[in-house]
Design a protein around this ligand. Sequence first.
Ligand SMILES: C[S@@+](CC[C@H](N)C(=O)[O-])C[C@H]1O[C@@H](n2cnc3c(N)ncnc32)[C@H](O)[C@@H]1O
Length: 302
Amino acid sequence: MTKQDTPFQPENDKIASEARTAYTPALFDLRPPNSAIIHGDAREVLSAIEEERFRCCVTSPPYWGLRDYDVEDQIGAEYELEDYIQSLVVVFRGVRRVLRDDGTLWLNIGDSYTSGNRKWRATDHKNPARKMQYRPPTPPGLKPKDLIGVPWRVALALQEDGWYLRSDIIWYKPNCQPESVKDRPTTAHEYIFLFSKSERYFYDHEAIKEPGVAPNTWRNRRTVWSVPTEPFSGAHFATFPPALVEPCILAGSERDDEVLDPFFGSGTVGLVCTQHQRSFTGIEIKSDYIKLAKKRIVGIQI
Ligand SMILES: C[S@@+](CC[C@H](N)C(=O)[O-])C[C@H]1O[C@@H](n2cnc3c(N)ncnc32)[C@H](O)[C@@H]1O
């Protein structure tokens, strides 16, 4: 991305709200007003956005030690688990500041196993971004082969930092990747944690009701969501499916609200916002993904 394409310069003093408005490109003139994709480190960009702007945040941070996005200041490549958790606490503290008091955070995150002290991850030819330059060490207190419990460690750290932890939703993947393991079940789920900024918050339970057991009845949405993963042919390797994002946006915001994703990737949140008349702000550190997201979002609109 050229400098001209990137009006948001975190090192520039003038990172005020005009910077955002300046980066509402013609591309997004067709979209709900105020939508933007901002290039930079979420921690810095968030600190330049005014307080209480967004109704909800829906996001999926990089998982710890799984993918190398090959960019400075990326999150997920911390050598120590504690540093990774702390990076996320800082990002989401920034998110809490820019959320309205009645706002919610929907956080999708998956788990991983300790490396058994192997230092290098072999190249995954189907998914080159999975090759890390290192394997993080087994965190203190854990053993080789332990499930790390990353989602819950992050969730409890965020709760400790002031968020209200309201729900742990299981994203069940009926078409999950097969695993060659023979000493445990194949992992077929990730988590979506629902957090709120305050004790009372906006949550449109009607918008996401699910079919009841009796014919033609509806009931309150349950905490297990079965959503198939979807292959995405672009160059991004960790997209979440629009069908997973949709209920979060429908329950967490109203038409014309502004929605935030500080780890925008290929722009799934922007895509779903556009389909449901919400404005979006996406923050992404890797310029290649910004190009990809713009193309993907514009693709459905024009
Ligand atoms: C799991 S992916 C998000 C995928 C996205 N939900 C989608 O559907 O395409 C995480 C993204 O966070 C980005 N990222 C990593 N560190 C970041 C940082 N410090 N600030 C902003 N984005 C970052 C990565 O480049 C990657 O695109």
